[in-house]
Design a protein around this ligand. Structure first.
Ligand code: ATP
Length: 245
C-alpha cells in the first residue's frame, strides 16, 4: 500500500464492563481494497465493526485510534460516521419487517439528507444491483426470503452512498447458491470503487474475495497478510479452512 491508508485502526482496545473483547488491534484498509477479518465465534469481529460505526453499547469502553481519510473518528456518533462515508451491513440484517422494501431502503439515506434527484439516482442504482428489490418494493421487508433480506440490508447501506462498506457475516444462514449471488454482488460493489471490510466466518469464501486478511483470535490479531500468503499458511489451512482431516 502506498502513502497514508484510507482507513486505519491503531491500538484499539474494547472492554465490555471491564472484560476485554478486542486488544491492541491494528488494521488498515487501502482505498479500493477488500480486506477480510476472519476468526471464530467470539473473537471480536462484530465488536470491531461496532466500534468503527459508533454503535457499541454505553457500557463498552474504547481506547485507541480509528482514522478514516486522515481524521480521527473514534467516539463520533453513528450518524456522523455515516455522513463521513462509512456504512455497516449488520450481522442478522436488522431490517424493519413491517416497513415495505422501499421504505427500508430510504431509511438508509435519511442521515445523509440528500437532494430528491440524488436520492432517486441512488435508489435506481440499488434497484439495478438488486432487481428483485424493485419487483418487491411495496412488499413488507419481513416477507422477503433470507437472501432477499440480505440484499435489502446491503441496499440500505448503499443508500448512504458510502466510500467504505463494512459487511458483518453476509453469508450467515444462506443457501450456497444465494451466498454465491451475494458475493458476486459484493464484487460488483467493489469494482464500482467502494472499499470494503468484510467480516466472515466462512474463511474460504472470505479469502477468495479479499486481497488481504487479518485472522483474529481472542480479540488479538493472530495472523495477517495477503490472501495468497494466508492460503498457504498451515494454521489457516488446518483451523480455518478445515484441511487437516
Ligand atoms: P460472532 O461471530 O459470534 O458474532 P465475533 O467474533 O463477532 O463473534 P464479538 O461478538 O465481537 O465476536 O464478541 C467478542 C467478545 O465480546 C465475546 O466474548 C462476546 O461474548 C463479548 N461481547 C460481545 N458483545 C457483547 C455485549 N454487547 N456485551 C458484553 N459482551 C459482549
Amino acid at each position: 500500500m502506498n502513502g497514508k491508508p484510507f482507513f486505519e485502526i491503531r491500538g484499539l482496545t474494547c472492554n465490555y464492563r471491564g472484560i476485554p473483547a478486542v486488544r491492541d488491534l491494528r488494521l488498515s484498509v487501502g482505498e479500493g481494497e477488500i480486506v477480510t477479518l476472519i476468526g471464530n465465534n467470539g473473537s471480536g469481529k462484530t465488536t470491531i465493526l461496532s466500534a468503527v460505526c459508533g454503535v457499541l453499547p454505553d457500557y463498552a469502553s474504547l481506547t485507541g485510534d480509528i482514522i478514516f481519510r486522515g481524521k480521527q473518528i473514534r467516539g463520533l456518533p453513528s450518524h456522523e460516521i455515516v455522513r463521513r462515508g462509512i456504512s455497516l451491513v449488520p450481522e442478522g440484517r436488522r431490517i424493519f419487517p413491517q416497513l415495505c422494501v422501499e421504505e427500508n431502503l430510504l431509511m438508509g439515506s435519511y442521515r445523509r439528507n440528500p437532494r430528491k434527484t440524488e436520492l432517486k439516482n441512488t435508489l435506481d442504482e440499488v434497484y439495478r444491483l438488486f432487481p428483485i428489490l424493485q419487483e418487491r418494493r411495496h412488499s413488507p421487508g419481513g416477507g422477503l426470503s433470507g437472501g432477499q433480506q440480505q440484499m435489502l440490508a446491503i441496499g440500505r447501506a448503499l443508500m448512504a452512498d458510502p466510500g467504505f462498506l463494512l459487511l458483518d457475516e453476509p453469508s450467515l444462514g444462506l443457501a450456497p447458491l444465494l451466498v454465491q449471488e451475494i458475493f458476486e454482488i459484493i464484487q460488483r460493489i467493489h469494482k464500482k470503487g467502494t472499499s470494503i471490510l468484510l467480516v466472515e466466518q466462512n474463511a474460504r469464501l472470505a479469502l477468495k474475495t479479499a486481497s488481504r486478511a487479518y485472522v483474529l483470535e481472542k480479540g488479538r490479531t493472530a495472523l495477517e497478510g495477503p490472501r495468497e500468503e494466508l492460503l498457504q499458511n498451515k494454521k489457516v489451512r488446518d483451523i480455518y479452512l478445515g484441511e487437516s482431516f
